[in-house]
Design a protein. Structure first.
Length: 250
């Protein structure tokens, strides 16, 4: 049985279980902590952006921790907007704003929590990526491994091998959907979708016409099974109708 604890976040008493992350407890109690690299799609968290830092006071001693990966081990006081946190978060946001100046989400966060005085930092033009790695994690979790971080230092980026269309990409958009800054661009028309320099045909439900993804993503999802021709909603409706017909004659 999990041990129950009571902590205070910005003076608000919050019940939690030992080992829970501060960020999760705060969110459950509607206490906002800004974050970029956290995704509910994954159970293991990267703690890359560092925007979610908070100050924790345990037994009279204070320290700055990353709330999305800091497990609660004892009763404590947490401060999400102390002067120290506001200053350090402003520096982090300024660094990210210069790293990804075209990312609107970062610009909005910088306006809310950032501060002026970092004009000396070099800005990377036409960039949205903050190298959080969520897109690579999403691709790896599907078992495709079509993208990865390549190069080093200031040239480091997320890309396909040799910047060529990857034969392993299935055009599922999982990478784009988890990207917190909209850095992964794709285009789509009535019949095709283009992402990572590769164009895919689109797959539609034979019954209702709704978009099901790409043939490649559907084939990857079923493995050795047969590629579906109808969407989940139509399949469930068909099963329900068949069950109703069966019960009618029982």
């Amino acid at each position: 049985m999990s041990e129950k604890l009571t902590i205070r976040i910005d003076g608000v008493e919050c019940e939690c279980e030992k080992g829970e992350y501060i960020y999760d407890v705060a969110r459950r109690n509607n206490i906002p902590i800004p974050v970029l690299c956290r995704s509910d799609a994954f159970s293991d968290h990267r703690a890359c952006c560092r925007i979610c830092i908070v100050e924790v006071e345990e037994r009279g001693k204070r320290k700055v921790v990353t709330s999305c990966v800091y497990p609660i081990s004892q009763e404590c006081d947490v401060y999400t907007k102390s002067e120290k946190i506001l200053e350090e978060r402003a520096v982090i946001l300024s660094l990210l704003a210069h790293r990804a100046p075209d990312a609107q989400r970062i610009a909005d966060m910088n306006k809310a929590w950032g501060r002026e005085g970092f004009e000396r930092l070099v800005t990377i033009d036409n960039e949205k990526c903050i190298l959080c790695g969520l897109c690579v994690q999403a691709c790896d979790s599907l078992g495709t491994g079509a993208i990865s971080t390549v190069l080093r230092g200031t040239e480091k980026k997320v890309d396909t091998p040799f910047d060529k269309p990857s034969e392993f990409c299935v055009g599922c958009l999982s990478c784009a959907n988890v990207c917190p800054t909209g850095a992964i661009e794709f285009s789509q028309d009535e019949k095709t979708r283009t992402i990572w320099n590769r164009t895919f045909d689109l797959l539609f439900c034979e019954q209702c016409g709704s978009l099901m993804g790409t043939p490649e993503s559907a084939r990857h999802a079923v493995g050795e099974g047969e590629v579906p021709t109808v969407c989940d909603a139509c399949r469930k409706k068909k099963l329900a109708d068949e069950m109703m017909q069966t019960y009618r004659y029982v």
